[in-house]
Write a protein that binds this ligand. Sequence first.
Ligand SMILES: [Zn+2]
Length: 113
Amino acid sequence: MVQKGPTEWEIRNIIMPLMLSGAKMLDRHCPKCSSPLFEKDGRVFCPVCEHREKRKKAEMKVEVRGVEESLREKLTQLANSLPDDIEELEKHLRVIEKIIDLLERYKRLEGLE
Ligand SMILES: [Zn+2]
């Protein structure tokens, strides 16, 4: 997917403040979004891509939270409605086990950051 060049918002809120903060604007451009590259503390980077990357991660986190929440809800529902029939109960517990397993996995996913 080809990313578009910096939007007006990005120029105003990311590139300009960076210039004011003393970062050096290089005469090279980002191959991905064609924003000018910057250098600060010896590090060359594209502020627009970094910002977009961060935003994407934040969005993903929100999504994961949403899934987690519905799983937790389901878990509570299941725990509050355990059947008396042993076979049914076993099925029930297996589902609960799976949900807990999934929640653990999501937790690990979040821990990666
Ligand atoms: Zn870029």
